[in-house]
Design a protein around this ligand. Structure first.
Ligand SMILES: [Zn+2]
Length: 124
């Protein structure tokens, strides 16, 4: 295909993509892509610098459970989150959404975490 034909094809594709049918086709293609391991692998590499294999190794090492509360993946609505240090970008482990959010809220402050444990122990 020569350059003129390629450009003509691109224009036709862009025009088709703006139609309702084109948008629906693109949406389905994107959803299909998102459900693949290829997408997951790229996302893990882009966001955390790890491969899907490394994620699976962590998952196996943690026996499919959150590293903090121990809730198993089958009990969770969403996949275990990759927890990482925001200062060093080092991946620490896989956490359930609740534990990941809690760590973020206390800004991974050990003193605060210990204070929370002490507070809970004294209350109950
Ligand atoms: Zn948890």
């Amino acid at each position: 295909m020569n350059e003129k034909a390629k450009e003509s094809h691109r224009k036709a594709s862009r025009k088709y993509n703006e139609t309702k049918e084109g948008k629906e086709t693109r949406k389905k293609a994107y959803q299909k892509y998102r459900s693949t391991n290829k997408h997951l692998n790229k996302t893990l590499q882009r966001m955390y610098g790890i491969t899907l294999s490394q994620w699976q190794e962590m998952f196996e090492k943690q026996k499919g459970c959150c590293a903090i509360c121990g809730t198993h993946q089958v009990e969770l609505k969403i996949t275990l989150n990759v927890d990482h240090c925001h200062e060093t970008d080092k991946v620490r482990g896989l956490l359930c959404s609740g534990c990941n959010k809690a760590l973020g809220l206390i800004k991974t402050n050990v003193r605060t975490a210990k204070g929370m444990v002490k507070y809970i122990d004294n209350c109950c």
